[in-house]
Design a protein around this ligand. Structure first.
Ligand code: SF4
Length: 474
């Protein structure tokens, strides 16, 4: 059977502000995971429109398209195209799960929720010529999932080809997050067996790994055993964790020992009322600065995530957030305009309050204001968001932030990582064009090399001053 798997490009990936490198980081792991359930005899073509021009002239038997909110319209067009050619078309992913009625007319079958159980079930039904219109995930387990079909991934087109996921979901319930909608009707957080995860890690070449799990430290027992098993593997890795998990026990030390060198942390907001509005309990009454300093002391770089536009935000929020990030030496910051994704608690609340301004999903990219704001006007929010990015990544702030670290090695790592990420676009574009991104891995690995620091005094001292003045630390 001829199978075509497609990740259509997100709309924002083609805007004038497109940074090609941002969309050339990770291969489409979800599709490569589903491909592992297909037969070795199937002819599979996996295409990612972020890194290649889609070939739509072929005639596959089965087409599988992964749908996110901002590629939804494009995904539907591609689906219609293949349906008209007589292919059997499947749609699945976050957006299909949120709005199945919208997706269904464009597909022969749709998938609601994760596909580890439903996709093999579909394949059996398809073979027996009795496929269903809707497949809804109920049983959730990662036991005995086959190895990801990494052979289908064009490694040289990605900066981080070794992305990996060893769990699904997250134990928390933030109300702006897709997670609860996607996992409705079953478990919303589960992990692989530790040995299976270690075997998958072993399959990956080189040293560098990027765990795309929503919360790598979410199950302390699993994470602890995983890090124990990784100790001798000589890996360097990046992942995501919550503030409470960084502050609790010694899991973060174990992660650092196993090779964790940078972590994505959802700080999101400093305002307790905003945290409550977002049901972000894991951040409430947590000492952000203590978490940051703990990471610094372990030589772990920080990618901080911040949301603008929550109801308590006012005009100061942009300046305060950028200043805090610079003063506390956050290595990279990701800012978002609050976005009520359909299917989330936040969307329901805003809909009830009549605050949803548009259902043009292309605008739901966390850069546009799609809802009625409270203390800020939509323009103030959008301009403040743009300003924050510009300001945080100005050379002067990159230098200031880097120099706050104690050791020279840490200073240099911060400078190279942050500056390299944001300031060398022509180099990234050249590497993408020449399909040489993968050659940057050794450099990335050396930037992620271990830093031996006891305590980052300069940062701690400075944070104290800044906290008192802007009341960030409750
Ligand atoms: S911690 Fe992150 S992944 Fe988990 S529910 Fe909140 S936003 Fe979603």
């Amino acid at each position: 059977m001829k199978v075509k798997m497609i990740l259509p490009a997100l709309t924002e990936a083609e805007s004038p502000f497109w940074r090609p490198i941002k969309y050339s980081l990770f291969p489409p792991l979800g599709l490569a995971t589903l491909a592992s359930y297909l037969s070795p005899d199937d002819e599979i073509d996996l295409q990612d429109q972020h890194v290649e021009v889609l070939d739509l002239t072929d005639d596959p038997d089965l087409v599988i398209i992964q749908v996110y909110i901002t590629n939804a319209y494009r995904a539907y067009k591609i689906a219609d195209h293949y349906k008209s050619k007589g292919a059997y078309v499947l749609l699945g992913g976050l957006h299909v799960t949120s709005l199945p009625e919208e997706a269904a007319p464009h597909a022969d079958s749709i998938f609601i929720g994760p596909g580890e159980e439903t996709f093999p079930q579909f394949l059996r039904d398809f073979k027996n010529k009795v496929p269903k219109k809707v497949y809804r995930s109920g049983i959730r387990t990662l036991d005995k999932i086959p190895p990801v079909r990494r052979d289908l991934i064009k490694r040289n087109r990605y900066l981080v080809p070794n992305s990996i996921v060893v769990s699904r979901g997250c134990p928390h319930h933030c109300n702006f997050c897709y997670k609860d909608a996607f996992f409705e009707g079953g478990k919303s957080f589960y992990t692989q067996a530790v040995d299976d995860a270690l075997t998958e890690i072993d399959r990956l070449p080189g040293r560098h790994l990027y765990f795309l799990d929503d919360h790598l430290l979410g199950n302390a027992k699993f994470a602890s055993q995983l890090f124990e098993g990784m100790k001798g593997m000589n890996r360097v890795f990046q992942g995501a964790a919550t503030i409470d998990s960084i502050l609790k026990g010694n899991l973060i030390e174990k992660a650092a020992e196993a090779g964790l060198r940078s972590v994505f942390v959802g700080f999101e907001t400093f305002d307790p009322a905003n945290l409550k509005q977002s049901n972000k309990k894991q951040n409430l009454e947590k000492d952000y600065v203590k978490a940051v300093n703990r990471l610094h002391s372990l030589g772990i770089m920080i990618n901080g995530s911040f949301v603008f536009g929550l109801d308590e935000d006012n005009k100061d929020v942009f300046r305060r957030t950028v200043d805090w990030g610079v003063k506390n030496s956050i290595t990279t910051s990701t800012y978002h305009v609050l976005t009520p994704y359909p299917g989330t608690r936040l969307f329901k609340d805003m809909e009830e309050q009549g605050r949803i301004l548009t259902r043009n999903w292309n605008l739901y990219d966390t850069r546009n204001v799609v809802y009625k704001t409270t203390n800020l006007t939509a323009d103030e929010l959008k301009n403040g968001y743009n300003w924050a990015y510009k300001e945080f990544y100005s050379w002067s702030n990159i230098f200031r932030s880097s120099l706050n670290h104690e050791s020279n090695k840490h200073k240099l790592k911060h400078l190279f990582y942050s500056g390299g990420w944001k300031k060398f676009e022509p180099v990234w574009n050249f590497l993408i064009k020449t399909k040489g991104l993968n050659n940057m891995l050794p450099l990335l690995e050396s930037i992620l090399a271990k830093v031996n620091v006891k305590e980052n005094k300069k940062v701690s001292d400075m944070s104290k001053i800044s906290d008192d003045s802007i009341l960030l630390n409750y």
